[in-house]
Design a protein around this ligand. Sequence first.
Ligand code: NAD
Ligand code: WQD
Length: 333
Amino acid sequence: MKVLVTGGAGYIGSHTCVELLNVGYDLVVFDNFSNSTPEVLKRIEKITGKSILFINGDIRDEDAIEKALFGCDAVIHFAGLKAVGESVEKPLEYYDVNVYGTLCLVRVMQKLHVRKLVFSSSATVYGDPEFLPFTEEHPLRTTNPYAQTKLVIEEMLRNLYVSDQTWRIMILRYFNPVGAHESGLIGEDPKGTPNNLMPYIAQVAVGKREKVSVFGDNYPTKDGTGIRDYIHVVDLALGHVKALQTINKPQCTAINLGSGKGYSVLDVIHAFSKACGKNVSYMIVPRRAGDIAEFYSDPTLAKEMLSWEAKRNLDAMCTDMWNFQVKNPKGYV
Ligand code: NAD
Ligand code: WQD
């Protein structure tokens, strides 16, 4: 089976390509490298010993998508913009790439009669928790433009399925992806200052930054810092393989991909310190605007529908993240 992977050079996409190649899928990767580099593709080939077909194109270019999609049986759609803060400053860009880009992709899929789609959504569509853990039935209400683009796309896909019930769509809602491939060849390589906790910690540990700023220690949590459901990126990648293998009947289903466990910011700093063998310095600073005290997934549906669950623990997430950071102190450059 041949699969089009949009955004396949990115963080989650690259790890998913490795796992798809490992189980024998043929791949076409489609990316414009706006947040990645061609070096990633070489490294995927090095890890797997297999080659991938690559098309450099923009997800908003239907002609380019059509060329890439020709002969494919399914699509995994990662391509998009993902920084919450940037989405507040540049909402139109986020709607353009995320919403309009997905519209273009789905239109071409419709034209070429490709009906299997796995879409990268996010736990951020749940917004402030009404109850925890988040099940897929939790109300959807977003708090920033990035999250809103994911919600609009989800709704578009649900509407599409109602209009034509030959579609097989899985909407995967990721919790907090971290870690790297155990080879240390691929991992997360944020441009500029990292927005997310774990890449920031890794850069402090390697000496690139001085201290982690812990955003608030007065939340109603066990140690006052924010609690999240971290998931190893390789587990997440394996969830996509399961989704592709399972999506054999018409549906449009949203599924959480998380571990079901919550860890605080201080838990993560301590686990990372253990993994890298030195104390990661931190200081408490005021809360970050818009942050939620605590959220984590109920991963039951993924277990039932995909026979999938996260296996790698927080120590493995930190060890693999550190291994990538040490082997690539300047990222992919
Ligand atoms: P990433 O930025 O590493 O990967 C996205 C890839 O898409 C990059 O290679 C980028 O170059 C490409 N891309 C961006 N705009 C494009 C365009 N216009 N045309 C073609 N390619 C384009 O991000 P990631 O962390 O791997 O995330 C992948 C997907 O998962 C995104 O849709 C993101 O919103 C979603 N997601 C990510 C997280 C997370 O914390 N990393 C959490 C939930 C959901
Ligand atoms: C985790 C915890 C922070 C940085 C974001 C997006 C979400 C999703 C994943 C795509 C929180 C604290 C962080 C730092 C800190 N992406 N923190 N110091 O905010 O849960 O989710 O990324 O869909 O949409 O919103 O992840 O890693 O930024 O924060 O104390 O320097 O770490 O307050 O409690 P978040 P994060």
